[in-house]
Design a protein around this ligand. Structure first.
Ligand code: JHZ
Ligand code: ZN
Length: 422
């Protein structure tokens, strides 16, 4: 049985979250890391930052990769600083999803679309524009408030069977339930999916988007490993999981967003509302297998590539500092906080991190306490180099910092391999 009691804020996972096998093999160990979104004010900085082990295990039975422990979600998600709407790229992505869904599934004005972990309402706002009813569910009270103020009705709760029952009773069944970048954050997938079963209309669609393990391995995206991301999904274990819960995948696709995302369309098993795209699903499963991702040996080679990125980053920064260069960063992202902590960077290495999220500005990034500032600072102090810590949005960030580049500023892009761009 999977233990679910938190001691000192976490429990260790000794069985696979999907198939309950005990055949878990550790393939990545980033040591003790702070929670990636635990920004602190300068007053709190005096207190010691809590760190937890950060390591990923691979399940030899079902090919599911997962963190070796689970941190109490109420520590991580009750107040959340990340805002989906800050990235234009993500908002555009959601607008396209809403438009495609409207056409493909023939929504009518009475249909309800529910977004789980709806954040500040970025995605639902786009669905709302298509004329359907929307409801957001997110445990972060600060974000739910923001979403409501912007006109997206939201309830501040964790998603589980109980919340699903409440929503069903009050709003009726949902035509579509979206889980954008939340499925990987869920410890109890059984309870999450039972909630879907309660709320989804018989012909309803459950859509998942989450970071794809293929990209994590292929592009050495080790910095997307943090305590919030409990699962690192391939399609293969998702198929196992859905079968277990009387659901079926009827389509899937790959997207570039967030460094590589898999989108999965799910319906009730045997429902027949949507034809199953066996060709697409088989192709993805074959590609996972051909890449060696169903073989533990592939994973055991991964750490060497991670060490190489860390060592190159450290050497690059040291060399530039020795030449008297001023280095800042852009994107106080969760992944950036992991990368910079794993490289052991501090204020001596990175003077500040620029971020457009108003709630992050004025705070210090977790662990190393590098200050987070607005882009105005970039206009006033002219650093020589900018590390793109949100490398997944490099294009957007480079467009926004054209002035910096115009003055001769250069970028350091850490992933998939360290690269300097002038
Ligand atoms: P970004 C988040 O991870 C959190 P993070 C979460 N756990 C998750 O699963 C993934 O997303 C998918 C800033 N920025 O999106 C905003 C600007 O300032 O890479 C963010 O702080 N200006 C839910 O945090 C950060 O960079 C901009 O123009 O690793 C980007 O963070 C842009 C584009 C971003 O995700
Ligand atoms: Zn397993």
């Amino acid at each position: 049985m999977i233990r679910r009691e938190f001691v000192d804020g976490y429990y260790e996972l000794d069985r696979c979250r999907v198939c309950e096998s005990a055949g878990l093999i550790k393939f990545l160990d980033l040591g003790q890391m702070p929670l990636a979104n635990s920004y602190v004010s300068s007053v709190d900085a005096a207190k010691e930052c809590v760190r937890y082990p950060l390591a990923i295990n691979y399940c030899k039975n079902c090919s599911m990769s997962q963190l070796s422990l689970v941190v109490d979600p109420s520590i991580m998600f009750k107040k959340y600083f990340y805002r989906s709407s800050i990235s234009r790229t993500f908002v555009k992505h959601c607008a396209e999803l809403a438009k495609n869904s409207l056409q493909r599934f023939n929504f009518s004005a009475s249909d309800l679309v529910v977004d789980i972990a709806s954040n500040d309402g970025a995605c639902l706002r786009e669905f709302q524009r298509t004329g359907v009813n929307v409801l957001g569910v997110d445990p972060a009270e600060n974000l739910a408030k923001m979403a409501i103020e912007s006109g997206v009705h939201t309830i501040a709760k964790f998603w589980n069977e109980e919340t699903a029952k409440e929503v069903r009773n009050e709003y009726g069944g949902a035509k579509m339930i979206t889980a954008m970048n939340v499925f990987a954050h869920v410890g109890d997938l059984g309870s999450f999916l039972k909630g879907i079963d309660i709320l989804l209309q018989d012909d309803g669609i459950f859509l998942i988007e989450c970071p794809y393990m293929v990209n994590f391995i292929k592009n050495t995206e080790f910095d997307t490993a943090y305590h919030e991301h409990l699962s690192y999904f391939l399609l293969k274990p998702i198929m196992v999981l859905m079968r277990k819960h009387e659901l079926e995948v009827f389509d899937a696709g790959l997207l570039d967003i967030h460094g590589g995302t898999i989108r999965i369309y799910v319906q009730r098993k045997g429902n027949g509302s949507n034809q199953i795209r066996h060709d697409v699903i088989e192709k993805l499963l074959d590609a996972e297998n051909d890449m060696g991702l169903c073989d533990v040996n592939t994973y055991l080679k991964y750490s060497d590539k991670v060490h190489k990125i860390r060592d190159t980053m450290i050497n690059t920064i040291q060399e530039l500092k020795a030449k008297g260069k001023v280095i800042a960063a852009y994107g106080a992202s969760a992944k950036g906080n992991i990368l910079s902590n794993y490289c052991g960077f501090g204020r001596d290495d990175i003077e500040y991190i620029v971020d457009d999220t108003p709630e992050k500005q004025g705070l210090l990034a977790p662990g190393h306490h590098i200050p987070i500032v607005s882009s105005k600072v970039l206009e006033e102090c002219h650093p020589d180099y900018l590390i793109l810590l949100a490398w997944n949005f490099s294009k957007e960030l480079m467009e926004k910092t054209a002035g910096f580049r115009g003055r001769g500023g250069k970028y350091i892009i850490p992933i998939p391999e360290v690269k300097i761009v002038s």
